[in-house]
Ligand binder design. Structure first.
Ligand code: PEP
Ligand code: MG
Length: 575
């Protein structure tokens, strides 16, 4: 029967497909017993599930190809090993045989036993391996219920789950998944950012989804409105086809802007950089005429793999990005692991009481100097192939920047002494995303060659509102008078000292907010290629002179509603 579930729009695009429900990893299974007479059948059911997961993982491994094969293959190999672990399987078998537990409950008991052992480990890396056990257990649980595990034949399906990790998204898309609905999650999470970059429609926070949707139900999802229609009727299907046709038309129109400048109506050029996380992003950025890469997030080299990328592997990735941009500058951000960007390598601490305020970004890099040195060497070597800048995340003052600068100078010197080619200068910039850095910018701006405002984190820290916390809803917003004032002040300080200032948070990717950012004095934006053309179009509809004249009214706004009215008044239809 038709039902409409509402969630939060996280990555645009419509999708129509059959649902694949993946139950949460944390198994919430009530105790269930069987009789002695049922033991054999229950054990057979369990072993059939194991066989089915094994076969499906093998099939998936065979289907992987290209760049994903290496990265994702590693996960699968590890999961296959776990699945063959006699400890895991015989424990469950034993619980069914002698404890007279149902296979599901035995699965849960065994999972909890293993988790207790892992939790007691001192080594953060080993502790993090519980995620892999959970994934294998989750697959077994799914297989017990549908007779097949989650990864089989997903082409054309929409995944419905509690939450999705960034590393899983590319894997899902490679399998042909056309959209994702999550019961939890936030549009500002890294998974959401990645979904937008993959053009994979994503609805998050659809709280009812796991209760209402069953495997095989047909869903029509709209990643722009956050609506999920269960068993769509004829009108829904028509609406879906209309949205798809409209998206194709918009795309065709926008494609005409590929070679047009990001120039306002009164002739001012705005510098549009691209954010990139992969080689594909860089290629797309170049094709769309981005001025350069304004933020290359290097943590994505570290997130999906259990081994640290060495200098050579990093160098190759950075060099390839530089070469792909054919002479346009590539801004490479040093590692920003920690908080919501936990990794497989175990570098980021797992059990910090307050991870967003913990050892993340440049703090982690400075605590692990060899890691930073390796990364700076790789970046400096890439600078021999084209213009490169280094961007430092989570800076809270001048000391951190000075320490990075010192090491960068040493590394450049070292490489030249080894006879390697580097750029004569590698500019160093600070991410302005910690409120203290924004407020004390005057004291260290002279040390920065450029500034990049990370509004995703700046908003979270200014408003004390977790960027990934779904229950906070509208409390997390860049449309707060305090945020606007800080943006204006950072831009002013940068301009007074002749330092270019970019906004590289998600705020810059929202075409509706372009007039606001230009009114606050910004002349450079960096955003994911997925919305680069929309933002370019929005810039071309702006009159900078009129916007600057309207800035005082914007800064006088005392609450979100008044700022929203200001934004609405500058939408192209309204102006
Ligand atoms: C930001 O904080 O705005 C930013 C661009 O960095 P990230 O989203 O990677 O933390
Ligand atoms: Mg950040």
């Amino acid at each position: 029967m038709r039902q409409v579930l509402s969630g939060i729009a996280a990555a645009r695009g419509s999708a129509l497909g059959r649902a694949r429900v993946r139950l949460p990893h944390a198994l919430d299974i009530d105790e269930a017993r069987i009789t002695a007479a049922e033991v054999d059948a229950e054990r057979a059911r369990f072993h059939a599930a194991v066989d089915s997961v094994r076969a499906e993982m093998r099939q998936l491994r065979e289907r992987l190809h290209g760049a994903l094969a290496h990265e994702i293959g590693e996960f699968l190999d590890l999961h296959a090993l776990l699945l063959d672990d006699p400890e895991l399987l015989s424990g469950i078998d034993e619980l069914i045989r002698t404890g007279l537990y149902s296979a599901d409950y035995a699965l849960r008991l065994q999972r909890d036993r293993i988790a207790a052992v892992f939790e007691g480990m001192d080594d953060a890396y080993l502790r993090s391996r519980i995620d892999d056990i959970d994934q294998v257990i989750g697959r077994l649980h799914a297989a017990l219920h549908s007779g097949r595990a989650e990864l089989q034949g997903v082409s054309g399906e929409i995944l419905v789950t509690d939450n999705v990790a960034p590393a899983e998204l590319a894997q899902l898309q490679a399998q042909g998944v056309v959209g994702v609905v999550t019961a939890g999650g936030s549009p500002l999470s890294h998974s959401a950012i990645l979904a937008r970059s993959l053009h994979l429609p994503l609805v998050v926070g659809a709280a009812q989804a796991l209760q209402k949707v069953n495997d095989g139900d047909v869903l029509a999802i709209d990643g722009s409105s956050g609506l999920v229609v269960l068993e769509p009727d004829a009108a829904d299907l028509r609406a879906h086809h209309r949205r798809m046709a409209e998206a194709r038309r918009e795309r065709r129109q926008l494609n005409r802007l590929r070679r047009e400048p990001a120039r306002t109506l009164d002739g001012i050029d705005i510098k549009l950089w691209a954010n990139a996380e992969s080689r594909d992003d860089v290629t797309e950025a170049h094709a769309l005429g981005a001025a350069g890469v304004g933020l290359y997030r290097t943590e994505f080299l570290f997130l999906g793999s259990s081994v640290l990328p060495d200098e050579e592997a990093q160098f190759r990735a950075y060099r390839d990005a530089v070469l792909a941009m054919t002479g346009r500058t590539v801004t490479i951000r040093t590692l920003d692991l920690g908080a919501d960007k936990a990794d497989k390598t175990g570098l980021a601490l797992r059990d910090e009481p307050n991870p967003a305020l913990g050892l993340r970004g440049v703090r982690l890099s400075l605590a692990r100097q060899e890691l930073l040195r390796t990364q700076l060497r790789a970046i400096a070597r890439a600078s021999g192939y084209g213009p490169v800048r280094v961007l430092v995340p989570m800076v809270s003052g001048g000391e951190e920047l000075r320490a990075v600068r010192r090491m960068l100078d040493e590394v450049l010197h070292e490489l030249r002494a080894q006879g390697l080619e580097t750029a004569p200068q590698v500019p160093l910039g600070a991410m302005i995303e910690v409120p203290a850095a924004a407020l004390a910018l005057g004291s260290f701006v002279a040390q920065c060659d450029f500034l990049s405002i990370g509004t995703n984190d700046l908003v979270q820290y200014l408003l004390a509102a977790d960027r990934t916390h779904e229950a906070l809803g509208e409390l997390y917003t860049p449309l707060h008078p305090a945020v606007l004032r800080v943006l204006r002040d950072v831009v002013r300080t940068g301009q007074r000292r002749g330092r270019p200032v970019t906004v590289c948070g998600e705020m810059a990717a929202d075409p509706r907010l372009v007039p606001l950012l230009l009114a606050l004095g910004l002349t450079e934006l960096s955003l994911h290629p997925a919305t680069l053309l929309e933002v370019r179009q929005a810039i071309r509809q702006c009159d900078l002179g009129r916007l600057r004249a309207a800035a005082p009214a914007l800064l006088r706004a005392r609450q979100r509603a008044a700022i929203e009215d200001w934004v609405a008044a500058w939408l192209p239809e309204a102006s």
